[in-house]
Design a protein around this ligand. Sequence first.
Ligand code: AMP
Length: 290
Amino acid sequence: MKVITTIKEMQSEIIEQKMNQKSIGFVPTMGFLHEGHLTLLRKAREENDIVVLSIFVNPLQFGPTEDFSTYPRDIERDQALAESVAVDYLFFPAVTEMYPSPSSVRVMVQERTDVLCGKSRPGHFDGVATVLTKLFNIVMPTRAYFGNKDAQQVAVVDGLIQDFNFPIELVAVEIVREEDGLAKSSRNVNLTAVERSQAKVLYVSLTEAKRAIDQGERNVAKLKALITEIIDQESAAKIDYVEILSYPRLMPIEALEGTFIMAIAVKFSKVRLIDNFILTIKNESAGLRR
Ligand code: AMP
């Protein structure tokens, strides 16, 4: 595995690989790798000749009161984990390499940002889209791998790839969870012991809502109330949002139909956690017609 810190070197390595007709699988991350990231990397390894992992905690996508400075970092551990899944290139640029001077152009996301994390984290998806535009131009991937844990991000990246005509195949990967159901996240280490035991409530509440849906519940307001009640009863977390929207368009719905997302964000003392289920209900009215 080659560790590369400059944009120039990364680009010239990729250009050489591309001249040799190699396909490039790319997994952009903020590091402090866990099994979720490794799952993306293994899939990229299976499907491409060359695998590139980037580790960059992107200041542009953090708000002024968010956890940029306390975001966990451990590059040596990450390097060993990346080696263990046969990454070819680890791209690990400094902030000054990615943003040498205040940027003269930024990418602005127009759609789907007035809901979920876009609503509570203003500017977040502009920061994500800007850094990904740069990373896509640096790594020039054939396929880029993203986790459904950040389902809104997947939808936004899909828009970015289509609108800006990146010749990249977007691959979305299922959420990887801890044994108690908590979605794996680099931020989980910043939970206190008590918070960590309560944090499974995100998965538990979504599972209960799914059970209600399986039993015939179709009322969005009732399902949101059920999720909210479980989180409030079983944890000290403060709810940021509980939403049920169409997916991937992220439009409001009143009754469940087609593919939709049940998404939650909660805040513990130092950590904001998110989780979601993406579900599909086949057209039921067809069956009811006489
Ligand atoms: P991050 O380092 O948190 O920015 O995540 C980098 C990539 O890994 C993103 O595409 C995430 O959606 C994905 N990811 C993070 N956690 C998980 C998880 N538990 N399961 C699947 N993918 C994940």
